[in-house]
Write a new protein. Structure first.
Length: 56
C-alpha cells in the first residue's frame, strides 16, 4: 500500500467513532436523568405540602 493510500484510509477510518459518540452522549443522558429526578422530587414535595396544609 502506498503511503498516500494508507494516509487516506486512516482519515476515512471509523475507528473510535463509537467511543466518541458515547463520550459526548453520556453527560447529556446523565443530565436528563438528573432533571427527571429533580422534577419528581419537586412534585412529591408539593404533594406533601398540600396534604399537610389540608390536614392542618
Amino acid at each position: 500500500m502506498a503511503p498516500r493510500e494508507r494516509a487516506a484510509s486512516l482519515l476515512r477510518s471509523d475507528a473510535g467513532a463509537s467511543s466518541m459518540e458515547w463520550a459526548l452522549l453520556t453527560p447529556i443522558l446523565i443530565l436528563v436523568m438528573l432533571v427527571v429526578v429533580q422534577f419528581a422530587m419537586v412534585f412529591h414535595a408539593r404533594h406533601v405540602a398540600l396534604a399537610a396544609a389540608q390536614a392542618g
